[in-house]
Design a protein around this ligand. Structure first.
Ligand SMILES: *Cc1c(COP(=O)(O)O)cnc(C)c1O
Length: 379
């Protein structure tokens, strides 16, 4: 079945009782048990409820997974997966990992004796060199934020298989419509469903999927034990958002491609970071593992002063954190997502003072380019 059809099938699960074509919002924390001895499928909503289950089935279907779990936020999903590690275990993550994930790896897990190393995931030899006898997980994020570095997923999976390690991939930037890491051999996929999956800047949500029953059991145990589950109303909004995932991703990534090409030709822009451009070092790998370069790009206008001028002059995008929504979202990583890094750390991560991130929404691309054109003319 094509992705387009599967998205609609997965997000439109009819209610078996009423025939309603949308999943009912089951606002019930507890469920009546018919028998003294045998309990039904649901007992307490932290452990499971039909609305969340419908959302979990939908995400699993889209990622070609057998098992899916929904969490209250992307960080709740990622933390719950990382908490399946034990004292003395070691995880290797991309040094360009999302800031919240970085914080959990560096400030939370070490308190429980869980170790990490951060390496450049564009360099497969560096990953292999960082493996220690206690290494358990390799944590991929591709494309990375905000510099759009590409990790060769098949390459990391081959290393993991050789050393019997579990691979985790944060697929937030691509969504399952553009990239399906489980099909490439990754063991666990995590999402900030707040972004493209929900797609409307309205809810926070997180997801985890896997095909491995042993890992699924551990993730479900942690979901129920820690309890950072997604509420039913937000699950319903997530399912509503997913219905248009295909059209949104297609439209936004087509526009991102055109905007990246426009920016590359504009002399005011010193650098364009977009894996759909042939000049991007990860271009060939990106197109081998994903349908397109995606809907997010970053570009450099040379200095902080120029970045301020461009941000203040742009009329159409909202200027804010987050990404992956119907409206174009412009952000300034040095003061927003990466504000915790000092000047040297920013530069080491390729986050130059003139870098702006652009998450392309559903506006007409001609209007977006005209807006960029008038703003860039001012610098
Ligand atoms: C936003 C984001 C997260 C965290 O998700 P929340 O829903 O904000 O908790 C994790 N990874 C990536 C790549 C993100 O963009």
């Amino acid at each position: 079945m094509s992705d387009w059809t599967q998205i609609i099938q997965a997000s439109t699960q009819h209610d078996p009782i009423s025939g309603a074509i949308n999943t009912p919002i089951q606002l019930s924390s507890t469920f009546d048990q018919k028998s003294f001895d045998v309990f039904g499928e649901y007992d307490y909503a932290r452990s499971g409820n039909p609305t969340r289950q419908a959302g979990e089935n939908a995400i699993a279907t889209l990622e070609h997974a057998k098992y899916g779990y929904l969490f209250s936020t992307g960080m709740a999903a990622i933390s719950s997966v990382l908490l399946t590690l034990s004292k003395g275990d070691h995880v290797i993550a991309s040094k360009h990992v999302y800031g919240g994930t970085f914080r959990v790896l560096t400030d939370v897990l070490p308190r429980f004796g869980i170790e990490h190393d951060l390496v450049d995931f564009a360099d497969l030899a560096a990953i292999e060199a960082a493996i220690k006898p206690n290494t358990k997980y390799l944590y991929i994020e591709t494309p990375s934020n905000p510099v759009l570095h590409i990790t060769d997923i098949l390459g990391v999976v081959a290393i993991a298989q050789k050393h019997h390690l579990v691979t985790i991939a944060d697929n937030t930037f691509m969504s399952p419509f553009l990239q399906k890491p489980l099909d490439l051999g990754v063991d666990i996929v995590v999402h900030s469903a707040t972004k493209f999956l929900a797609g409307h800047s309205d809810i926070l949500a997180g997801a985890v999927v896997t095909n491995d029953q042993g890992l699924a059991d551990q993730i479900y145990f942690m979901q129920n034990a820690v309890g950072a589950t997604l509420g039913v109303t937000d699950t319903w909004l997530l399912l509503r958002g997913i219905k248009t995932l295909g059209v949104r991703m297609q439209q936004s990534s087509n526009s991102a491609q055109k905007i990246a090409e426009y920016l590359s030709a504009n002399k005011k822009v010193t650098r364009v970071l977009y894996p759909g451009l042939p000049s991007h070092p990860g271009y060939a790998i990106q197109l081998s593992q994903a349908k397109s370069g995606g809907a997010v790009l970053s570009f450099d206008v040379g200095s902080e002063a120029n970045a301020r001028t461009v941000v203040e002059a742009l009329q159409l995008p909202v200027f804010s954190v987050s990404l992956g929504a119907v409206e174009t979202i412009l952000s300034y990583p040095p003061k927003m997502s990466h504000a915790e890094l000092d000047a040297a750390e920013l530069l080491e991560n390729g986050i130059t003072p003139g870098l702006l991130r652009f998450s392309v929404g559903l506006e007409d691309v001609a209007d977006l380019i005209a807006d960029l054109d008038q703003a860039l003319a001012l610098i």
